[in-house]
Design a protein. Structure first.
Lengths: 518, 658
């Protein structure tokens, strides 16, 4: 029986689902389904099986890798209306929290929640705020839907302290590619040393875990999570929709921070900035910051348009956040001992000056942080577009890669270097001004990505690879992921994909381009 | 005497942030406000006063003293003041002070300031404060402190200047309804209230400042230190009493939505909407609704007060301002209910006064205030001098009700006068009625008789409060209220022309260390009045995107409507648009600007902050042109035209001109 599912077929209405925030990909689709529940998603996937249709799952469209773009046509299933839990009644110990147009389950201890995939992070945060609770992963883009952030194992500045999304997912409700709904809770099903095995209602899916498959020693969002003895939940987190559709997420929560301070500190040299980041990473006075962010001298030049008071002699800046105990019941300032410890660390790294915000002034600090992407976007709008990188390396190889970034100045192509230095994860954005520079930047990009991968790092620390491809040294178009996993790694991923989706119809083109033969 | 101020006292009020009132702050079941849900901040204008103080400190090396009266939690705003650069901080806090109305607060603060200054001389001190705070928006306390401490006032300050030609002291530029007035302060004392746009406090401070702020000594003052009697502070010392707080009729309007963003032009529907609006504009005259006035229950009891109604009018040409005429009509209704006379009082400005119009509006008697021999002409009186003259007049005539227009001028005169008389004052009333007051006073529950019930919005229009003044009965002071123009209808009655009495007053001369060195009036002078009077008002917000669009979109639309519908059309703006320089303050609608009630209000690119809403929600029909389908204004508009102003407005003009 066909459930009453909303379907869009008008090309004008479909258009919005054929691209993502990068605008680098354009797809096409026959129709867009707007299911409201896991059961409806299962029904659609069942129909797609019968019809042999390709299916691309769509979240909020905030990706910049084309992961939600239906490059090879077929059907789109948008998760935007999956906004209520699948069960009618909350599990024992949970209650249902109703907001204007969505609901979720929250446990009475305030430690866990069960959230439908179509709820946006900003909506969830606003709802949790009323309970004094926090879902710690903070992918920069708060308009993303939670399902999308789990599918990409998204992370952000505070992943330094809290880890990426993976660390906060306790369980998933999924629909497997053939339309089978399944529920996976962390701690219930594990792989053996060489093989994983998922059993749902008498049916069994098996996938190999070759000893040769290596994951980076860093925060990572590229490739499948595959390790001997792994928890099966981890396979689906960050799988970019290859293996199933996430319809509901069980997450862990913590109490919200009472008081937060954010300090932007300016340094006379790049080295002093890196030293200070090391100091912060080790903790100050035994306490860890929530985030440690970096801006190089070139970034600061862009930011001066919006914040002219940035000291002219600054060659680098570190922005860090601390949760702190206030000095008194009606005194929201950090205690003298706490603030003095921060200040001593700044002095030890020869900081030129610092800007600190607490309370409502944190909003202005957010503007400071966003001043760089905004200035760059304004800059590239008039030019060629930027070439952005998302590399991370293990800590012991970090200075090495920073030197390589800096050496890129020799290419003569402008760039900025900034980002999540806490996780040894900087974004390098080339800003080419003509085709020739663009080519030069591409070649340099390839070198840097290979260097990061060789150092045990990742080629995409926070936003996945989606449908990205790259032209290699010999002029061949190859999957971006191949730079890190090599051909063999791609074959392993393709093998797991085959186990769950033999016809390759769910989210085709993610991680491995369609038609690519390793 | 030394021209440089030795110290600068900044008054900082701890207030609710009305821009962030949580949805559940109003307990609809119990009809009360959950104060614990409110975010508390320093009054933004006080923060700017502190920045002005720091500028003076940089110039003169003065010591900056931050003072706040409030609960223990107000410590936070004082520490912030220290972080910004204040040298000392004082918190005036005691359960005995709780519930103080404006005048009781002024008495408490006046006593506290005297104690805080101690041996330091008031004559060497400059006092700074915001003109008003967004929570109560009464604009009374600092001026009343000035009156009680006998300090000259410089109201509506917007700018601090150090003119090269005057090496001593400093200049303060201030805002008038139709221009600016520049004062020069040769030397202290002075009390300056800020209305405007001095620099914002910095969002970022170095850690060293945070350390200072966190560890600063906050001097606490309780009533054990000040020794105020019960009848000067707290609820028992208040002249006014809140008898009812209620949620304003949220005025939720279900908007007809028309999406004009798409490529398909729905001109037929838009044309139909325009035709309906035209019919609506022409169906009624005047835009006044008096729905905020509480029902006046029939009463058998006696009036609690004795005496007439007295309306303080502002001269304008040969007549008085529109706001004054409206209050004369409002006063007549109150006077008829009480069976007393209604007197219009006008400072003398010229040989000819249009007594016919004043009589027709409802004046039974007209009193002209004339300067005595040797006194300057009344047109040049400063606010303190007018308050003194009115004080004399009121002590003589003993009215039971005094109404004053809440113009920029009236908002200064009224609190000075109330402090002088020891009278309760309710600012910016939207409803005035005579009803029995039954309540508990001094532990006794009784029917007091008929008193003036004054209803006004508070917390930026999030709540309504009805207030009465009871204590005037003891000392013979009147019940006082102000109201903005455009709130009450101006009436026309037929009958005899009211007799004119001339009363001679000789207020003290203004202090010579503070001079008005320049007064500038805007050319034309008309727009300020006209936006409160026109049938249709086009109002632009920051969403317009470009100042030039005022001329290319808003004014052509105004002209097209005026021509096609044959009605009066004005162009106004939101505060955000005014701050971007699109249009002057004189045509700004909202809490810090004008209250308007046109038949049709067309808001272009205005998101609809609560402060804007309180200035225009009395409009007959609200039309919102906005790109953002989530803009708050759409929740209380009658018609929502979704789309970019640059496309929607020309389309409307085209349809109107077809």
């Amino acid at each position: 029986m066909k459930p009453d599912i909303h379907v869009l077929e008008d090309p004008e209405k479909i258009a919005a689902y054929l691209r993502d925030e990068s605008s680098a990909f354009t797809g096409n689709a026959e129709r867009v389904f707007l299911p409201r529940s896991a059961a409806e998603v299962a029904w659609i996937l069942g129909q797609a099986n019968d019809a042999g249709a390709r299916v691309t799952i769509s979240g909020a469209g905030t990706s910049i890798t084309g992961s939600r773009v239906p490059l090879s046509g077929g059907w789109v299933v948008s998760m935007e209306q999956v906004r209520h839990p699948a069960s009618e009644r909350p599990p024992v110990g949970f209650e249902q929290v109703h907001r204007r147009d969505f609901s979720f389950f929250l446990d009475s201890a305030g430690k866990r929640a069960i959230v439908p995939a179509g709820v946006r992070l900003s909506e969830l945060d606003e709802a949790l705020e009323r309970f004094g609770l926090l879902y710690p992963p903070d992918p920069t883009e708060m308009s993303a839907m939670i399902g999308g952030t789990v599918a990409t194992n998204a992370s952000g500045a505070r992943s330094f302290r809290f880890g990426p999304t993976r660390a906060w997912v306790n369980g998933l409700r999924l629909v497997l590619p053939d339309g089978t709904p399944c529920h996976l809770a962390r701690g219930q099903a594990f792989a053996t040393q060489a093989e994983g095995c998922l059993a749902v209602e008498g049916r069994v899916w098996r996938f190999p875990i070759p000893a040769s498959y290596r994951m980076p020693r860093t925060k990572n969002a590229a490739g499948l999570y595959l390790a001997p003895g792994m928890d099966l939940v981890d396979l689906f987190i960050g799988a970019e929709g290859l293996l199933g559709v996430i319809t509901e997420v069980e997450i862990a929560l913590i109490p919200r921070f009472g008081h937060l301070a954010a300090t932007a500190a300016f340094f006379p040299t790049l080295g002093a900035s890196l030293d200070f980041a090391d100091r912060l990473r080790a903790g100050i006075d035994g306490k860890m910051p929530l985030s440690i962010e970096f801006f190089d001298a070139r970034s600061l030049t862009f930011m001066r348009t919006a914040f002219p008071a940035i000291p002219g002699e600054a060659q680098g800046a570190i922005l860090f956040e601390f949760a702190y105990e206030p000095a008194g019941r009606h005194n929201p300032f950090p205690s003298a001992a706490t603030a003095m410890a921060w200040r001593k660390a700044l002095e030890a790294s020869h900081a030129l000056s610092d800007w600190t915000a607490i309370g409502r002034d944190l909003a202005e600090m957010k503007k400071f942080r966003h001043a760089l992407p905004e200035a760059i976007n304004a800059w590239v709008r008039l030019r060629m577009g930027k070439l952005g990188m998302d590399l991370a390396v293990p800590g012991d190889r970090f200075r090495e890669i920073v030197r390589a970034y800096e050496d890129s100045a020799a290419t003569g192509v402008a760039f900025v270097l900034f980002g999540h230095i806490g996780d040894h994860h900087l974004h390098m954005n080339f800003l080419p001004e003509n085709r020739e520079q663009q080519e030069t930047a591409r070649r340099r990009y390839l070198e840097l990505a290979r260097q990061a991968a060789a150092a045990g790092g990742t080629i995409s620390a926070e936003h996945g690879v989606g449908k990205k491809t790259i032209t290699d040294e010999s002029g061949n178009r190859v999957p971006y992921l191949a730079l890190m996993t090599g051909e063999e790694g791609l074959r392993t991923i393709a093998g797991v994909k085959h186990a769950f989706d033999p016809d390759g119809r769910l989210n085709p083109g993610n991680m491995i381009p369609e038609g690519y033969q390793a | 005497m030394n021209a440089a101020p030795k110290q600068i006292v900044v008054l900082i009020k701890f207030v609710a942030d009305i821009e962030r009132i949580p949805q559940d702050a109003w307990d609809t079941e119990r009809g009360t406000l959950r104060r614990d849900r409110l975010h508390m901040i320093a009054n933004p204008l006080d923060d700017r006063a502190l920045q002005m103080a720091l500028e003076l400190k940089a110039r003169f090396g003065s010591r900056v003293i931050a003072v706040s009266m409030g609960p223990a939690a107000a410590e936070e705003v004082l520490r912030r003041a220290v972080a910004y650069g204040a040298d000392e901080a004082h918190l005036i806090s005691d359960a005995a002070f709780a519930g103080s109305d404006t005048l009781a607060t002024a008495h408490t603060l006046a006593a506290a300031l005297t104690a805080i200054l101690g041996d330091r001389r008031r004559e060497e001190t400059v006092f700074l404060a915001g003109m008003q705070s967004p929570d109560g928006d009464t604009a009374q306390v600092p001026l009343q402190i000035a009156s009680l401490l006998d300090l000259p006032v410089i109201p509506h300050a917007s700018e601090l200047v150090f003119p090269a030609e005057r090496p001593h002291g400093f200049g303060i530029n201030t805002v008038l309804a139709d221009g600016t007035r520049l004062f020069h302060v040769e030397r202290p004392p002075a009390l300056v209230t800020l209305t405007g746009y001095a620099p914002m406090p910095p969002a970022f401070l170095p850690l060293s400042r945070l350390i200072e702020a966190g560890t600063a000594q906050i001097r606490q003052w309780s009533n054990a230190d000040l020794g105020l009697p019960r009848d000067r502070t707290g609820l028992s010392g208040s002249w006014t009493r809140v008898v009812q707080i209620f949620s304003p009729d949220a005025g939720h309007r279900e908007a007809v939505r028309l999406d004009l963003g798409g490529p398909v032009a729905d001109d037929a529907r838009l044309k139909q909407i325009l035709t309906e609006l035209e019919t609506y504009v022409k169906s009624g005259s005047g835009a006044v609704k008096d729905s905020d006035t509480p029902e006046e229950a029939a009463s058998a009891s006696e009036a609690y007060y004795q005496g007439e109604c007295l309306i303080v009018c502002e001269p304008e040409g040969t007549s008085v301002s529109a706001g004054s005429r409206e209050l004369v009509s409002a006063g007549r209704r109150l006077a008829r209910r009480l069976g007393v006379g209604n007197t219009a009082c006008v400072p003398e400005t010229g040989p000819r006064l249009d007594t016919e119009t004043l009589s027709a509006c409802g004046a039974d008697t007209i009193v002209v205030l004339c300067p005595g021999a040797g006194a300057p002409e009344s047109g040049s009186w400063r606010e303190e001098q007018l308050a003194e003259a009115l004080g004399e007049l009121i002590r003589r005539r003993r009215p039971q009700i005094v109404l004053i227009p809440a113009s920029l001028h009236g908002r200064v005169v009224a609190p000075l006068l109330a402090a002088r008389l020891g009278a309760g004052l309710t600012a910016d009333c939207t409803g005035l009625g005579i009803r029995d007051f039954t309540g508990t006073v001094e532990g006794k529950r009784a029917v007091f008789g008929q008193v003036l019930h004054q209803t006004r919005p508070a917390l930026g229009g999030n709540i309504m409060a009805t207030i009465v003044s009871l204590r005037g009965h003891e000392n013979g002071s009147p019940q006082m209220a102000t109201a903005r123009a455009g709130i009450f209808p101006e009436e026309r009655h037929t009958g005899a022309v009211a007799p004119v009495e001339r009363v001679v007053c000789s207020p003290q001369s203004a202090p010579d260390h503070i001079r008005v060195v320049r007064t500038l009036h805007d050319a034309g002078g008309g727009p300020a009045d006209s936006i409160e009077r026109c049938d249709v008002l086009i109002s632009v917000g920051a969403g317009l995107g470009d100042a030039r669009r005022v001329e290319t979109l808003a004014r052509p639309l105004a002209e097209a409507i005026a021509r096609r519908w044959n009605v009066t059309v004005g162009v106004a703006c939101s505060r955000a648009a005014m701050e971007k320089g699109y249009l002057p303050h004189a045509v700004q609608v909202g809490q810090t600007g004008k209250t308007v009630r046109p038949r049709v209000y067309i808001a272009i690119g205005i998101s609809g902050a609560i402060q804007h809403r309180v200035g225009m929600e009395g409009a007959g029909r609200i039309v919102a042109v906005n790109r953002d389908p989530e803009a708050p204004i759409l929740g209380w508009s009658d018609i929502a035209l979704l789309g970019d102003a640059a496309e929607v407005v020309p389309r409307i003009i085209r349809l109107l001109s077809a």
